[in-house]
Design a protein around this ligand. Structure first.
Ligand code: GLU
Length: 301
């Protein structure tokens, strides 16, 4: 049994915002960006932007540049040059090789339609030839994984019930999110992960990978998702309205309101962020999976 809760070591705080360029920034992604930024800055930490552009079929042309521009309009500037995952494929391949050397991964030829949700590990002992179409899966080893999130609290996941052997390289040859995100979070020495609550259930996969790379899983703070009137997560794919560049002050204050933080009156986004950093109290965020937010007026471009 692996218990992963607890503070990280005394390393200085390094946080990140890791958008996928599946569309421009919308109000939900702005909330995540603002929360991760304020949490890092209030601890005198650094804040990095990482573009998770590993999935060309899902990428929207122009979205990468637009996201970076939108962040800048809102005063959110990375403390290091932005890291683009698409430029790091050989690094992920190297990470895969180290997992292979430790016998932590295996080839799997099962079609998605042959199992329900959690993969039962059928190919663990199969000898799938290199030339046959296959995905690569991680051989999970913990029956139970427990984690204490700074906002959502304690949760335990059970092998076979809540998680299984997850894909680290897809059948189409693309490196999977779980592998790349962990490889990069470790490589960038991220000490606290602040992101949307929909990714809380990635904890078992990411904890296993951290352990395989002999690194302690960082602290996490999973913030509630912004839900539309239909109760669904605002998402780039579901065409949530693009954030307007006309009113970054309004957008930032709306994000602060969503996070239960005090508003800041200033025409300057950088000044709003500066004061919001001083005021930042993550314990005021309500610990739910998501909240319906009537924000459509403010986002129309
Ligand atoms: N790239 C992911 C997304 O846009 C976020 C990954 C993460 O924060 O771990 O949903």
């Amino acid at each position: 049994m692996l218990v992963t809760a607890g503070p990280s070591n005394l390393a200085p705080y390094i946080g990140r915002f890791a958008p996928s360029p599946t569309g421009p920034l919308h109000f939900g992604s702005l909330v995540t960006a603002v929360a991760s930024y304020l949490d890092a800055k209030s601890a005198n930490g650094q804040w990095f932007v990482r573009m998770e552009d590993l999935d060309p079929p899902r990428e929207v042309v122009g979205a990468k540049k637009l996201i970076v521009d939108q962040l800048k309009t809102h005063g959110l500037v990375s403390d290091q040059p932005i890291l683009y995952q698409s430029a790091r494929l050989s690094f992920y391949e190297d990470r895969l090789q180290s997992l292979e050397a430790a016998a932590k991964i295996y080839r799997c030829s099962c079609a998605r339609s042959t199992y329900d949700n959690i993969y039962p590990g059928r190919c663990r002992a199969a000898e799938i030839p290199q030339t046959a179409p296959h995905a690569i899966r991680f051989r999970t080893s913990q029956p139970v994984i427990k984690h204490l999130d700074l906002l959502q609290g304690f949760k335990a996941w059970r092998y076979g019930q809540d998680y299984g052997d997850f894909v680290v390289k897809r059948k189409d040859g693309l490196h999977a999110y779980q592998l790349a995100v962990v490889a990069d979070d470790i490589d960038q020495n991220i000490t606290r992960i602040v992101r949307g609550a929909d990714l809380f259930d990635s904890t078992p996969a990411q904890t296993e990978l951290y352990a395989a790379f002999a690194t302690r899983y960082p602290e996490t703070l999973h913030i509630p998702l912004v839900l539309g009137q239909d109760g669904e997560k605002l998402s780039k794919q579901s065409r949530a309205p693009t954030l307007s560049g006309q009113s970054p002050q309004t957008n930032l204050n709306e994000a602060l309101k969503f996070l239960n933080q005090s508003p800041v009156q200033s025409p300057d986004p950088a000044e709003i962020l500066r004061q919001a950093t001083l005021n930042w109290q993550p314990s005021r965020i309500s610990p739910s999976w998501g909240r319906i937010w009537p924000s459509k007026d403010l986002m129309l471009d």
